[in-house]
Design a protein around this ligand. Structure first.
Ligand SMILES: [Zn+2]
Length: 316
């Protein structure tokens, strides 16, 4: 018997066919088309599933369930995408629609929430029950497990740590407020901060790296810092402070045993984890006399979502 996981992102949709032991037997991808009629969107998901099954000489009768990780507010109980701004869906009954094509149990969840379940069952957070997971990517996604339970809130709309204000009246955010954590700590924000530093310091190593590569990305400032550039180092230092301040807010509220860092920025690896760890050690509430909170890279990386789809079936 088999499961399918579908990780629906703003750019692409990743699919995986799992054996019941959790081995990935097949993979498939689709390009995400936004502003598409949801019925057509679901037909494309169906085709992706059927294609993976066919390649393993299986059919839909062999499936036990399909899990979906979706960005936005997801009502898992009703099987509805309440609001997903980057795929432009509002109140889409995706489970009901999907089951018209493939009639198996379908579980859906917010992408960061699904990813933290993936890490808890298959990745860096095995054997932990209090976990804060953050992804530093286009935005900041957060998935929080407290006492072994995922924090969902009413209609699954909670757990949006990226949209807490860390700077009053600060940078505008896509959610409509100003000064959200993701407007300072996401990869998108780091790129903006890097570009501002380049404009002010056109002769820096940072500016030379950007010119040579013809682009600025989430690595540019880190690369400049490694080459001894003071401008790059300053950008990184300030950026890590933004990341750290928001993270310590979450640590103080939820007091996890472990913090997992995912998303593109986490590719900076051990040295980045050590710096975030030092910030958390220093600034967490009661840091002197409490057990330390472990900071680790999320090891499943891009597969956390699809493993999480399988994990949803292992929950409760
Ligand atoms: Zn916001």
């Amino acid at each position: 018997m088999y499961y399918i996981g579908l990780d629906i992102g703003g750019m692409s949709i990743k699919g995986a066919l799992f054996s019941k032991n959790g081995d990935i037997l097949e993979r498939g991808t689709l390009k995400t088309v936004t502003n598409q009629d949801y019925k057509i969107f679901v037909e494309r998901l169906r085709d992706l599933c059927l294609d993976m099954l066919k390649r393993q000489k299986l059919n839909q009768k062999d499936l036990i369930g399909v899990g979906m990780a979706i960005p936005g507010s997801i009502d898992s109980k009703r099987g509805v995408i309440t609001y997903a701004n980057n795929i432009a869906f509002k109140n889409v009954p995706i489970v009901k629609e999907f089951q018209k094509h493939i009639n198996v149990p379908v579980k859906i969840g917010n992408d960061a929430n699904v990813a933290v379940l993936g890490e808890m069952h298959f990745g860096s957070a095995k054997n932990y029950k209090d976990i804060v997971f953050i992804t530093l990517g286009t935005g900041i996604g957060t998935g929080i497990i407290s006492g072994g339970k995922l924090i969902l809130g009413k209609a699954g709309a909670g757990g949006e740590g990226g949209h807490m204000i860390i700077r009053f009246n600060g940078e505008p955010c896509t959610c409509g407020r100003k000064g959200c954590w993701e407007s300072y700590g996401s990869a998108t924000a780091l790129i903006r901060q890097t570009k501002e530093a380049i404009d002010k310091n056109p002769n820096s190593i940072l500016a030379h790296i950007a010119n040579k590569e013809g682009t600025v990305n989430g690595k540019t400032a880190f690369d400049a810092e490694k080459q001894g550039d003071l401008v790059g180092a300053k950008v990184v230092k300030r950026y890590l402070r933004y990341v750290g301040e928001g993270l310590v807010n979450l640590v103080n509220i939820f007091r996890p045993e472990i913090v997992l860092i995912g998303g593109g920025i986490s590719n900076e690896g051990d040295s980045l984890m050590r710096r975030i760890q030092a910030f958390v050690n220093r600034y967490s509430y009661g840091a002197d006399n409490k057990t330390r909170v472990l900071v680790k890279k999320a090891e499943l990386m891009n597969d956390a979502g699809i493993y999480g789809c399988l994990a949803m079936f292992l929950e409760n």
